[in-house]
Design a protein around this ligand. Sequence first.
Ligand SMILES: C[N+](C)(C)CCCC[C@H](N)C(=O)O
Ligand SMILES: O=C(O)CCC(=O)C(=O)O
Length: 563
Amino acid sequence: MSSLGLACCAQRTARLARSRVGKIVAKQEACRRPASWTSGHRLLSSSSSWRQQDKAASSSLATLIASNPNGSPPTAPATQSTSSAPVATSPSSSTQIQTFPRASHDEQARKIVIEWNDGEVSRFHNTWLFDHCRCDSCFHPITKQRRKGLLEVPEDIQPTSVEPSPAGLSITWSTPNPEPHISFFPWSVLHKTSYHPILTSLEGFTSLKRSNNSATYDETDSHSHAHTHGYNHVHVEMTGTIKDSERILWNASIAKSPPTVTYASLMGDEKSSTQDKDKDKEEEGRERGMKRLLEKVHDFGFCFITSVPATPEETEKVIRKIGPIRETHYGGFWDFTADLKMGDMAYTNEGLPAHTDNTYFTDPSGLQIFHMLSHPPPGHGGASLLVDSFYTASILAQLHPSAYTTLSSTPVPTHASGSKGHLLKPHAVPVFQHDKISGELVQVRWNNEDRGILGGQNTGFQTEQIEAWYDAARKWEEAVRSSDSEYWVQLKPGMMVVIDNWRVMHGRSGFSGERRMCGAYVGRDEWRSRLEVLRRRFESDKGSKQGDVPGQAEEVEKWQDGW
Ligand SMILES: C[N+](C)(C)CCCC[C@H](N)C(=O)O
Ligand SMILES: O=C(O)CCC(=O)C(=O)O
């Protein structure tokens, strides 16, 4: 990631705190239409079944148009092949109205060409389409895994027919096998995956696409245009916030009304109902409660759970409802106090500055979950600290963009060497991690206690790099330790806290006396999967699914996963 390109990350992250609505409109040079493109023609349909399809088609297309920023009323005439070799297309007659995109095969270019309702033209390589086929022999219907290797995608693969229909495009391939090999692509999938040009507006905040081409950031005009040179020729006009749904950045004022759910909303009273139908209703209620918890963790980076029975057993039950517990050298479910049972300062009564856990793992845990079980008088102290590192990073990016860039590009060695039998030392990576495609900030890895040695053979940094890093890190620490960023809260027995360890830093003040904490880690991918499944379960209740065309909903369903 070039440093200049990273400067854009800084600028974009800076706007993270200011931006309102996210919409990225990526435009590429208009695609050349195939020279032999024949003018389409409208077909009228009289058959009743076609009318039904037509209605369904227009509803699925309505979705497509809605997702197409320039959506205009469907004008798609029937397909016409542009190749010299006759390629069968949908039966055209002068009595049919076609209300879906037209498609044809450009044999010379070995591409399938699609004209959308707004006149945009997409060009897909035959090989890309064949590689992405989701017929049962190419894509396992249960495991949702690709079943053919790349060498089974002939570079000269050609279609024998290109058949648009209301819900999508069927392509029959010319293969040596006797039985036909047919691929089906819903229009919504082709629209979303179109790469020549990119069509679907990329909702939300993003930086420039990262490549080794430098990206110049043009601050001159108010639209914060940024131009990449080379990679993808993408002209990105950023007006927005993080796509990853509506993240809510916060500072110390979150203390007024921190995100909170109740234990009962997650666990209900499993013994209450006796009738099966009531049991189902209860289960659904608990799952809706779990969705609320994880939506808050997603949006705020943490959430309290109140009225939890103050036992390790109940705490563990709640955690296992969220997802599988991550086993580490600290164990799985931990119940700890200041006894140095493990070689880490968490097992002392010292104060711990704001940090994220597991910076000594290549893949830091996704959730850090705590429940204070007891801290009886005369013991005191041990208050908990939370800091929204995405908020703090957005401030740093605004005030000190070069510091943001340094922390986004300088790899920092980390380690965990205090526990007998464990010497953890991952490949060094920078403090700020960005999504490799959207450029958005997705992870902060900050733990000053577990930082390794900068310099010499360990990193090969020269003086300038060392000085730049310390200067940037100091600015970061000042921002983190500001009264604006720090949210101090005294946990009590019965009050769990679920923390997104990729975003929210935690710490504590020093303490005296017997202080007992329990909790566990859950993996990043596991908790986000749990949330996505809940979203799909409870949001798919609304309205019909995309592509509800008689007999093709199953085909469209195949494309729901595996992105
Ligand atoms: C397991 N338990 C949470 C009790 C302690 C883990 C120690 C965390 C370590 N200091 C880090 O920053 O990753
Ligand atoms: O004891 C606490 O409140 C927090 C300990 C901690 O920071 C950790 O275990 O990572």
